[in-house]
Design a protein around this ligand. Structure first.
Ligand SMILES: N[C@@H](CCC(=O)N[C@@H](CS)C(=O)NCC(=O)O)C(=O)O
Length: 191
């Protein structure tokens, strides 16, 4: 098969691409970045050692946004608007901050706000979630597209790993609830 997506099932960035690839023929190549041997093997394919990576018959792409752009062109999918891309950037900001906190915790650190690296993330997350919640209230995620795909990847991953209390962000959760039952959302749930 020519189209191969490298990544893990829990990864929110990989999940976006799995959802974008709905209905397409591709192979998911599982990568375990927590395993030293698997990481060393993956480095031979991808020096960035990040996921997702797409390999389309030898054409490699290393970043989910570049992959999304590539797939939009390849399969004639709708282009995301700049407003949607802003929503995706905001979802990325929360995702990246939660990844830093997740790695911090996994590395045995206390996630207190005395440490600048944690303080920055702990400040950013509620600020961005509040903005996203207001956007959701205004209907920004009502259509199924790149922004809603990014939102579902974030919300389901946060729930799967119990990473953060999203309950105050009621409009954001209501927006996610509108898409929860989609077949592609259900079939790509983190596991
Ligand atoms: N900007 C990248 C972010 C990808 C990313 O951070 N992926 C995480 C997994 S969710 C990863 O590969 N982390 C490994 C590491 O940072 O060493 C994208 O959009 O693809």
């Amino acid at each position: 098969m020519s189209l191969k997506l490298y990544g893990s099932k829990p990864s929110p960035y990989v999940r976006r691409i799995r959802m974008l690839l709905e209905g397409q023929d591709y192979q998911l190549e599982l990568v375990d970045l927590y395993n030293d041997a698997a990481r060393a093997e993956y480095e031979k394919l991808n020096p960035l050692k990040k996921m997702p990576m797409l390999d389309d018959n030898g054409q490699k792409l290393y970043d989910s946004h570049v992959i999304a752009q590539y797939l939009q062109q390849k399969f004639n999918l709708a282009q995301a608007s700049f407003n949607d891309l802003n929503l995706v950037s905001a979802v990325d900001a929360v995702t990246d901050s939660l990844i830093v906190l997740f790695y911090g915790k996994k590395s045995g650190f206390e996630l207190d706000s005395d440490k600048l690296i944690f303080q920055l993330q702990l400040e950013r997350i509620p600020s961005v979630l509040t903005w996203l919640n207001n956007q959701a209230k205004a209907g920004a995620f009502s259509e199924w597209g790149y922004a809603s795909i990014a939102l579902m990847s974030l919300v389901n991953w946060v729930e799967f790993r119990s990473l953060y209390d999203l309950s105050p962000y009621t409009d954001l959760l209501a927006a996610a609830d509108k898409h929860r039952d989609r077949a592609i959302v259900q079939s790509t749930m983190p596991e």
